[in-house]
Design a protein around this ligand. Structure first.
Ligand code: NIG
Ligand code: FE
Length: 511
C-alpha cells in the first residue's frame, strides 16, 4: 500500500480525542474524530511524549506531529510541530533550482530541509557546515534534483473511459461531432454520476500514482463531469480523498461550466444560472474549491456566459482559469485576462490580439500537447509569439478520458518539445516554476530556494534536458513532498545505482 503523509499542513485541523480529560500515555492510541474537514475515516492520535503526538489513520504510517494540549483534548497543529523527526541533508547533488535565470543550476550542491520547508541550499560545503548534528545525510551521487513537478491541468478524477470514441475518431468521426450527438464529455458525465465517491477514488488512484511515480508532487484536479451540485461536490471530495491517500499536493478546481448538463439541453443560459446560483456557491461553502475553470468553445459556452461564472467567482474571492481557443477562436482568452485569470489553457487558436492581451498580464499560457496529439489537431499554439511577448508558458497532461488519456508528465514534456517546439528548458520550467504560477502557488512550490516547501525530485539523470528527451523511460528515483520522502508506487529503473559503485569515505546513505 502506498503510504505517506495524509493531512495537508494548511488544512483546518482539530482532532478531538474521544476520551478527553486524561493525559495520554506514551504510545496510547485513541480514536479521534477529525473536525471540521469531514474526513470519511476515523483518525487516531498516537502519543509520543506527554507533549507531542502524531495523528493519522490506523492503517497508515505517518502522519503529522502536533501538540496534545492535555485537558482540553485538542491536538494543535502548527508548522513548528509539523516536521520530520530529523531534517535531511541532501549532498553531492546537481540542483536545477529554477531560481534566477535558466535552470538556475548548482553543481556539487546540497539542500538542507527544515521540517516541511527548504532551510538552506547552495554549495555543498557551505550548506553541510550549517547542518545540525542530527541531520540525516543522503549522498545523491551527483544525481539531478529538481523542484517537484506540477501538473497544473488535469481531469484525473473521472470514471469509465471513451475508448469507443477513440475508435470512431480513427474511423473518421470528429471530437465535435461526437460531442454534438451526446457523446464526448456527457458520456463521462453518465459514468461519473453512476459512481460512488469510493469508486471514483479507486478509478483515479492509478492515474495519480503514475503521475507521482514520474516526479509529480502537485496535481490540479478539476470537477466538470458531474454537472449538478451533488456530483460536482462528489468529484471534488474524491480529489480530496486521492490527496489524503497518496500524499500528493492537490489544487481543486470547480469546472461546473464544462458542458451543458443533459437535463438542460438547449437551455445553456439556465444551466449557467444554476452554476452561478447553486453549484459553485455550494462547492465553495464546503471548502472544496481552490479555483474556477470553464470551457469557452462552440460546443460548450460563450465568453459572455463564462463572464457570469467568473463574476460569481470574483465575489467568492476565487481565482479563475479557462479552457480557451482549443478547437476554434471563441474569445475566451481576452475575457479571462480581463478577469485576471491565473491561466488560459490549450490556446491552439489564439491570435496576435490575444497574445497582446496576455502580454504583461501575468496570466500563464498552459500548453496541453497531449490533447493536441490525441485529437490530431493541426494548428499548434503560436509559441514563438508567446516567447516574444515574454508570456510565461506552462505544460500539463490534461489527463482526461476524451481528449488526452495521458498520465505521464514526462511524455507531456517530450511532446511539448517535439510538437510545439519548446526547448527542454522551457518545457521543464513549464512543469515547475510556471506550473506553480498557473495555480497561484508560486510562493510555495515550483522553485528550490530557502523558505519554499521541500517538494523535490531526485532523478537518475545529470542533465535536466534528459527529462524531456526519453520516451517511456522513467528516470525518477525518489520524490519528496513537504520534507518527507514518498514511497514510489511504481518501481523505477536506477541506472546510476547500477553503473556507479559506492564511493568509500562517504557517510552511509539514508533511505
Ligand atoms: O481539456 N476541452 C474541454 N475539456 C477537456 C476534454 C474533456 C473531455 O473530452 O472529456 C480538455 O480537452
Ligand atoms: Fe482540460
Amino acid at each position: 500500500m502506498f503510504r505517506g503523509p495524509l493531512l495537508d499542513l494548511y488544512a483546518p485541523f482539530h482532532c478531538i480525542p474521544a476520551e478527553t480529560g486524561h493525559a495520554l500515555k506514551q504510545q496510547d492510541r485513541v480514536p479521534a474524530a477529525c473536525n471540521p474537514c469531514e474526513r470519511s475515516v476515523a483518525w487516531y492520535i498516537v502519543c509520543i511524549t506527554d507533549k507531542q503526538c502524531m495523528v493519522g489513520h490506523e492503517d497508515s504510517s505517518l502522519l503529522r506531529h502536533g501538540r496534545y494540549s492535555g485537558n482540553s483534548g485538542a491536538c494543535l497543529p502548527g508548522p513548528e510541530n509539523a516536521h520530520r523527526e530529523r531534517d535531511m541533508l541532501l549532498k553531492n547533488a546537481t540542483i536545477a533550482t529554477f531560481s534566477g535565470t535558466g535552470y538556475g543550476l548548482i553543481e556539487n550542491g546540497a539542500i538542507l530541509t527544515d521540517g516541511p520547508l527548504i532551510g538552506r541550499l547552495g554549495n555543498e560545503q557551505d550548506v553541510a557546515r550549517s547542518a545540525p548534528a542530527g541531520a540525516e545525510v543522503m549522498d545523491c551521487r551527483g544525481r539531478l534534483v529538481t523542484p517537484g513537478l506540477v501538473d497544473c491541468h488535469t481531469h484525473a478524477v473521472h470514471a469509465g473511459n471513451r475508448v469507443r470514441e477513440f475508435e470512431i475518431r480513427l474511423e473518421g468521426g470528429s471530437y465535435e461531432a461526437i460531442s454534438k450527438v451526446g457523446g464526448g464529455i456527457l458520456s463521462t458525465v453518465a459514468s461519473v454520476r453512476q459512481a460512488s465517491v469510493e469508486e471514483l477514488v479507486a478509478a483515479s488512484l492509478p492515474r495519480v500514482m503514475k503521475l507521482m511515480s514520474e516526479g509529480v508532487t502537485t496535481i490540479e484536479i478539476k470537477s466538470g463531469y458531474g454537472l449538478d451540485t451533488e456530483n460536482e461536490i462528489k468529484m471534488l471530495r474524491a480529489a480530496q480523498l486521492v490527496a489524503e491517500r497518496t500524499g500528493v499536493r492537490i489544487h481543486k478546481t470547480f469546472l461546473g461550466a464544462h458542458a451543458v448538463a443533459p437535463e438542460f439541453a438547449g437551455r445553456s443560459d439556465e444551466y449557467i444560472d444554476k452554476v452561478c446560483r447553486e453549484m459553485l456557491p455550494a462547492a465553495h461553502e464546503r471548502d472544496l474549491v481552490d479555483s474556477v475553470d470553464g470551457f469557452v468553445e462552440g460546443i460548450a459556452f460563450s465568453a459572455q456566459q463564462m463572464k457570469r461564472v467568473f463574476t460569481v467567482a470574483e465575489r467568492l474571492e476565487l481565482p479563475v482559469r479557462l479552457h480557451a481557443e482549443q478547437l476554434s477562436h471563441a474569445g475566451g482568452t481576452e475575457m479571462a485576462v480581463r478577469h485576471g485569470a491565473l491561466s488560459v489553457d490549450h490556446l491552439e487558436h489564439i491570435d496576435e490580439h490575444d497574445v497582446l492581451a496576455l502580454s504583461g498580464s501575468g496570466t500563464v499560457a498552459v500548453l496541453l500537447p497531449g490533447a493536441f496529439y490525441f485529437l490530431k489537431q493541426t494548428r499548434s499554439p503560436p509559441v514563438e509569439l508567446l516567447r516574444q511577448h515574454g508570456i510565461p508558458i506552462a505544460v500539463a497532461t490534461d489527463c482526461n478520458p476524451g481528449s488526452s488519456p495521458l498520465s505521464s508528465m514526462l511524455m507531456a514534456l517530450n511532446m511539448s518539445c517535439m510538437l510545439f517546439g519548446l526547448t527542454p528548458r522551457e518545457a521543464l520550467a513549464g512543469a515547475t516554476v510556471n506550473g506553480a504560477r498557473a495555480l497561484g502557488m508560486q510562493d510555495r512550490i515550483g522553485r528550490l530556494a530557502p523558505g519554499m516547501e521541500a517538494d523535490l525530485v531526485l532523478w537518475n539523470a545529470r542533465d535536466p534536458a534528459e527529462l524531456s528527451y526519453h520516451m517511456g523511460l522513467n528516470p525518477c528515483h525518489r520524490i519528496m513532498i513537504r520534507g518527507n520522502w514518498q514511497e514510489s508506487p511504481v518501481p523505477t529503473c536506477d541506472p546510476i545505482e547500477q553503473t556507479r559503485p559506492d564511493r568509500s569515505g562517504h557517510p552511509p546513505e539514508a533511505g
